[in-house]
Design a protein around this ligand. Structure first.
Ligand code: ADP
Ligand code: MG
Length: 219
């Protein structure tokens, strides 16, 4: 059975991509084959005639096997704005994402899917990340950027996930705010208020560091 996780976050720019890459590394270190997916991405560059996104490219590169770009990122939008605006000409179709997800799931031991933005980010005129997560119906991992305001955002997001009847198996703390000096107390405050386990902490680093010590209950 392929293990699949859907990575969401308290907002955009909270560390979802770093966490996704670190999760991929974690499973690779356990000798499992891993593929990542970034179904919808805003903010792309034209590479060899195709719009491509830096998150999706990093995720593609980290995979245990090569996966065609359009399979892991079927919706790559030029502008770095909300997908429902960036993708007006080619709105995300959850059926197509689901088909790609099934294809990728059959190729690997572990599949990590990075969302876009936060939980209620619109993907088209009527659907959000929540609708995509419901369609995929896989365990969710919540990434929290440790900064002022994150306790409120984390509690709201977890409540929304629970209201959707989805299983959030844990959260990851990403310390990506260099100016925030209340990291330890904030992580402790989150630990005592979130009803899910802390899977790992990504300490502040000026260079990319995929080595987060994760603790999964299944380990
Ligand atoms: N542990 C960390 N230390 C310092 N900066 C980080 C860390 N993790 C992520 N970042 C930075 O935070 C920003 C957001 O990270 P990213 O993974 O791209 O977020 P998201 O995918 O949620 O938009 C990026 O500029 C990234 O380089
Ligand atoms: Mg990202």
């Amino acid at each position: 059975m392929t293990q699949v996780y859907f990575v969401t976050g308290t907002d955009t720019n909270v560390g979802k991509t770093w966490a996704t890459i670190a999760l991929m590394q974690h499973f690779k270190n356990k000798n499992q084959s891993v593929i990542g997916m970034k179904p919808v991405a805003s903010g792309c560059e034209k590479i060899n005639g195709e719009w491509q996104n830096s998150d999706a490219l990093a995720i593609q590169k980290m995979g245990s096997l090569f996966v065609d770009y359009s399979l892991l990122n079927p919706y790559a939008y030029e502008l770095p704005i909300s997908p429902h605006l960036a993708g007006k000409e080619n709105p995300a179709n959850l059926e197509i994402i689901f088909t790609n997800f099934k294809t990728l799931q059959n190729l690997t031991d572990v599949l990590i899917i990075e969302g876009a933005g936060g939980w209620y980010t619109p993907l088209n005129e009527s659907e959000t990340i929540e609708d995509l997560a419901k369609k995929l119906n896989v365990p969710i991992i919540l990434v929290v950027s440790i900064k002022l305001g994150c306790i409120n955002h984390a509690l709201l997001t977890l409540q929304a996930i629970k209201n959707a009847n989805l299983n959030c198996i844990g959260w990851i703390a990403v310390c990506n705010d260099a100016n925030f000096d209340c990291i330890d107390l904030t992580i402790e405050s989150l630990k005592s208020r979130l009803s899910i386990s802390l899977l790992g902490i990504s300490p502040y680093s000026t260079t990319y560091n995929p080595l987060i010590e994760f603790t999964f209950e299944s380990d």
